[in-house]
Write a protein that binds this ligand. Structure first.
Ligand code: AMP
Length: 143
């Protein structure tokens, strides 16, 4: 099997995301690959029921960004990921993950398999969308 050189962990900070992170870290160590982290702040936050919240003010958006950056820095430090290798982007989650992978020569994307949006689905909406649009291999860690 060909080794991976650049692994991207899509981090959503959910309770079970530590398992996904551990798997990405383990693979990066095994293949001596570069490990990058990405978290996406959605343009318009949605509640679990998929209902739109009131459009956020600039302050709320800035606060969401600051919070996401702080959490991603903490995760990067726990996983020994280099300073330049973690990024918070604003936009549509699946689009940003795929764009990030294309722009940075990622050859494996690691995501969690679950869905917060419907327990009946085998793959969550993000994992499913990434799997179909990715320019590289995708590992959906079963949650
Ligand atoms: P979902 O399909 O939304 O339940 O999410 C499945 C997986 O997609 C998560 O375990 C993460 O790996 C990834 N993911 C979901 N939301 C985000 C986000 N905002 N930023 C980065 N990755 C995410």
């Amino acid at each position: 099997m060909t080794g991976y050189q650049h692994i991207l962990l899509a981090a959503d900070f959910q309770d079970d995301s530590a398992r996904v992170a551990e798997r990405a870290k383990e693979l990066a160590s095994r293949y001596e690959a570069r490990l990058s982290l990405l978290h996406v702040v959605e343009n318009m936050p949605v509640e679990p029921g998929n209902e739109l919240m009131i459009p956020p003010t600039a302050n709320v958006e800035q606060e969401l960004l600051n919070n996401a950056e702080r959490r991603l820095r903490d995760l990067a430090s726990r996983l020994s990921v280099a300073d330049g290798d973690h990024e918070v982007r604003v936009g549509q989650t699946k689009r940003e993950i795929i764009d990030h992978a294309e722009e940075n020569g990622v050859d494996l994307i690691v995501v969690g398999s679950h869905s917060r949006h419907g327990l009946a689905l085998l793959l969550g909406s993000t994992a499913n969308a990434v799997l179909h649009g990715a320019p590289c291999d995708v590992l959906a860690v079963r949650l």
